[in-house]
Write a protein of this length. Sequence first.
Lengths: 216, 256
Amino acid sequence: MSLGRMVSQLAGGMFVSIQIFLVTLIFSLPLGMVVAFGRMSKHPLLQGAVKAYISIMRGTPLMLQLMVVYFGPYYLFGIKITNSYRLWAAWIGFVINYAAYFAEIYRSGIQSMPIGQYEAAKMLGYGKARTFFTIILPQVIKRILPSITNEVITLVKDTSLAFTISVLEMFAIAKALASSQTSLLPFAAAGIFYYVFNLVVAVGMEHVEKKLSYYQ
Amino acid sequence: MTLLEMNHVRKSFDGTQVLRDISLSVAQGEIVSVIGPSGSGKSTLLRCATMLETMDSGELIYLGERAAWSDGSGGIVYAPKKKLKKIQENYGLVFQNFNLFPHFSVMKNITDAPISVQKKSREEAYALGRELLKKMGLEDKADAYPFQLSGGQCQRVAIARALALQPKLLFFDEPTSALDPELTGEVLKVIRSLADLHIAMVIVTHEMAFAKDISDRVIFMAEGVIVEEGTPEQVFASANERTRSFLGKYGDMGRG
Ligand SMILES: Nc1ncnc2c1ncn2[C@@H]1O[C@H](COP(=O)(O)OP(=O)(O)OP(=O)(O)O)[C@@H](O)[C@H]1O
Ligand SMILES: [Mg+2]
C-alpha cells in the first residue's frame, strides 16, 4: 500500500472522528441544559427519572453504552441493524452520555450562583427567562468553563471508543492499517492526530476563557 | 394617596414568628427610617414589602392597589402576576451587599433594566444613566466593572441602578453596613442628596445620627413588632424603656 493511500485512509478516519466530536458537542451541550433543569425540577417523578439517567450514564462504561445503543434495537425489538445505523448509534451514544456529564456541570454552576443575583434581577423587573439568559447563564458559563474544557478534552480521546461498534474513525483505521501493514506508523499518526486535536481544543478554550476574563 | 400600606403583616420562619402583626404606611415623598436590634425583623419587613418574601397573612397595598391580602381563612392571596409586575414598578430596593451584575459595566448595570424592561430607547437610558452617575459622583466610572470599584462606589452604582427605573419609593436595607467605616460617609451623603428628588425612602439602618438627621419619621422595631414610631425628635427622646435601652447602645448619637 502506498503512503498516499494510507494517509488518505487515515484522513477519512480523522474526518469521522471530528464529525463525532462536533455532533456530540452541538447536541449534548444544549441537551445537557435541558437535563440539568430536569434534575433541578421540583417535580419528584421527573427529578427522580433524570437522576437515574445521569447516574447510569456516569456509572457505566461509555463503551458498554455504545454497544447497547447499537445492538439494543435488534435484541430488544428485533429491528435489523443496518450499516448506516452504526454512525447514528455512535452519535446517539455519545450525545446522551455527554449530556449527562454536562448537565451535572451546569447544575453545579447554576446552584453556585448567589441568590442575590436573582433577587436584584427580580427587583429590577426582569422576567424569569431574561434573568436566566442575561444575568445567570453568562456568569455560570464563566464559572464552569474549566470543567467544560476538561470534558471536551476527554471527548476528543473518547471518540476512539466508537471503534467498538466498528465505526471507521481514526483509531479503528489506524488499528486496521497497523496490522495489515505490520507497521507502527499508523498508530504514531493517530497519536499525533489526537494530540494536535487536543492542542487546538485547549488553545480554543483558553481563548474563550481570556475573552471572559474582562470581569471577576 | 398613601404610597405604601402594610396592614397586620405576619411572617414566620419554621414556626418562629418574625413579624407579628406589623402595620405601617408611607406617604409619597416621605423618608422613614427603621431601626432596631439585630434579628428584630427589619430585613424581613422590607423583603415582605418588596415581595422577595411572601407574607403569611396581612395586607400589602401600593397606591391603593392591593398586592396581597388575607383570604379570610388564615391564608394569603397575591394579585395576579401581571398586576404584581405593575405594582412592582412603584419601588426599588438597595441591598446591603449591592448585588451588582459583575459581568455588566457600570453603565450597563444602570441602563439594562430601563432598556430591556421599561423599553426605553438606548439614548434616553444612557442620558439618564450619565445624569445619575454624575449625581453619584461617578461620571468617570461608566465603563468600569464592579470588581474595579470600592464598596462605597459599588453601593452608589446600586443606588443609581435602582433610581434609573424612576421608582416612587426606594427601600434600603442597611446600605452601609457592608462597607468599611471610612466609606459609609460617601454613601450616606448620596442618600441624603436624594431627598430633593422627592421619592419616598424606607431605610433600615444602624446609623443613628443619619437616621435622626434625614428622616421624617423613625420606626423602632423589636422582636417583630413596631415598639414606637414618630418624628426623630420623639423617638430619640423617647421615655419608652426598650427604645431607650436600644438607643443607649449607640452612645451619644442616640441621645437628645
Ligand atoms: N429565610 C429565613 N429562614 C429562616 N429564618 C429567617 C430567614 N430570614 C430571617 N430569618 C430569621 O428571622 C429573624 C429576623 O431576621 P431579619 O433578618 O429580618 O432581622 P433584622 O432585623 O434585619 O436583623 P439585622 O439587623 O441583623 O439585619 C432572625 O431571627 C432570622 O434568623
Ligand atoms: Mg437585616
